[in-house]
Design a protein around this ligand. Structure first.
Ligand SMILES: Cc1ncc(COP(=O)(O)O)c(C=O)c1O
Length: 424
């Protein structure tokens, strides 16, 4: 294989020590990191320390607040290192989904503005439904790509995109970087170049399946927005996500929540109609605070920041380029092994360079109940994959992370092959 990595075999000691940092490896073969990854022990300790300190120092005290401020700065620095953005381009959210909703509901749409989003056959609903809803609410026009060969990838996807994009002007283009179901990598840098020839189109990337798994650079993608969670490829805690917003356009994103931590009422009261037609009250305008508080009306998940900070340190120490090679290597072993079964079909990009480490498969003769049965039987053996879908077809998705071992992959492949033989 061309992109087997230099770390995989030579650095056996490193990866052996990594295994002991993830206790799950003692109990399960967990190949569902594209859904939620387990935490390394250092992140669990970090959150425990946070809670102890918080409860001992006084959660809302000058002492603790100054520690919290420094923690937020640390997380910003590490995220900026990871994706190559500025520290003041980072907004804390709960998840990818929340970030996308903040964009879709926070921009000043004009009626009939056009949105170009990925076809639902491969797009995750979290980067689909928020755009559909905004289109309904604000009377926008939605186009989908690709349009003709709806599940095409790579070069064919570029061709389809160009055909649609060159003919019309769009206010927003959005796509997942790595598609959750067939694992194909969207040529986001290519799209970014085409889109940013004009300043009028926003470009939003769902990085849920790429940040931490692919060595990406926001500057090269040239997107205005990117959303991703802490709890997939970054091995951080649940309930925490990141929304990147390019500094240049930050003023165009209105906060969708408001509260005492994010805004105040202007000192100059105005007579405003409240409630019934005759009911006038003197109140001032809402004035939002500056970045980042204006976006953090609801964000309180501070213990998770402590966990994410530790996870980021962990990930950055190994290096995302090494992680990317390692997981591609592991998934290529699995791919080769399960393809030995003549019943299996792999769902992936046609061209190798557009394939990520997500490995999805089903039966050549579509059989959804067989996929479900196989998943249940694997889980009973402690081998955890994810059941997903491509349109009407159920698929199984394996998403190994860097802490998984070759041995685990071999065992999982053997189990898949032998279970398939006995499945009706
Ligand atoms: C491509 C993609 N987008 C969005 C999501 C939703 O992510 P979150 O749980 O962070 O909202 C997922 C989850 O699997 C995903 O794969």
């Amino acid at each position: 294989m061309s992109n087997q990595n230099t770390l995989t075999n030579p650095d056996k000691d490193l990866f052996d020590s990594i295994q002991s940092d993830f206790h799950i490896t003692k109990k399960k073969i967990y190949l569902n990191n594209g859904s939620i990854s387990p935490l390394p022990i250092s992140s669990i300790k970090s959150m425990t320390d946070f809670c102890l300190r918080y409860s001992e120092a006084g959660p809302d005290s000058i002492e603790f607040n100054s520690y919290l401020d420094s923690l937020k700065i640390e997380v910003r620095k590490r995220i900026a290192d990871l994706v190559h953005c500025r520290e003041d381009e980072i907004i804390f959210t709960q998840s990818t989904t929340e970030g996308i909703n903040m964009i879709a509901n926070g921009l000043n749409w004009r009626k009939k503005d056009k949105l170009l989003i990925r076809h639902s056959i491969n797009e995750h609903f979290s980067n689909y439904l928020p755009w559909i809803k905004s289109a309904e609410n604000s009377d926008l026009v939605i186009e989908f790509f690709p349009k003709i060969d709806i599940s095409c990838t790579g070069s064919a996807l570029i061709e389809e995109f160009e055909k649609i994009y060159d003919k019309q002007s769009f206010k927003m283009v959005s796509t997942s970087h790595v598609m959750y179901n067939n694992g194909s990598i969207t040529p986001v840098e290519f799209l970014g170049k085409a889109i940013k020839e004009s300043d009028d189109t926003f470009y939003s990337i769902d990085g849920a399946q790429s940040v931490g798994a692919i060595d990406l650079d926001i500057q090269k993608i040239n997107c205005d927005f990117m959303t991703f969670p802490s709890f997939k490829w970054l091995c951080g805690p649940l309930g925490l996500g990141i929304l990147f917003v390019k500094k240049k356009i930050m003023n165009e994103l209105n906060p969708i929540f408001v509260g005492s931590g994010s805004a105040e009422v202007s000192k100059i009261p105005r007579r405003k109609r409240i409630g019934s037609n005759d009911d006038f009250k003197s109140i001032g305008d809402i004035v939002f605070f500056k970045y980042p508080d204006r976006y953090h009306a609801t964000f309180r998940n501070f213990p998770a920041l402590a966990g994410l900070e530790a996870s980021l340190r962990y990930i950055l120490r190994i290096g995302v380029n090494n992680i990317q090679s390692r997981i591609k290597y592991l998934s290529s072993i699995l791919r080769e092994e399960i393809l030995k079964s003549t019943e299996i079909i792999i769902h992936e990009a046609e061209e190798e360079k557009y394939r990520s480490s997500l490995l999805s498969f089903s039966f050549k003769r579509k059989n959804n109940s067989k996929v479900q049965k196989l998943n249940t039987m694997l889980q009973e053996q402690g081998i955890i994959l994810a059941e997903r879908e491509i349109g009407e077809r159920k698929i199984l998705r394996a998403s190994p992370h860097f802490y998984n071992s070759e041995n685990e992959i071999q065992k999982a492949s053997e189990a898949i092959k032998s279970l398939i033989k006995n499945l009706e």
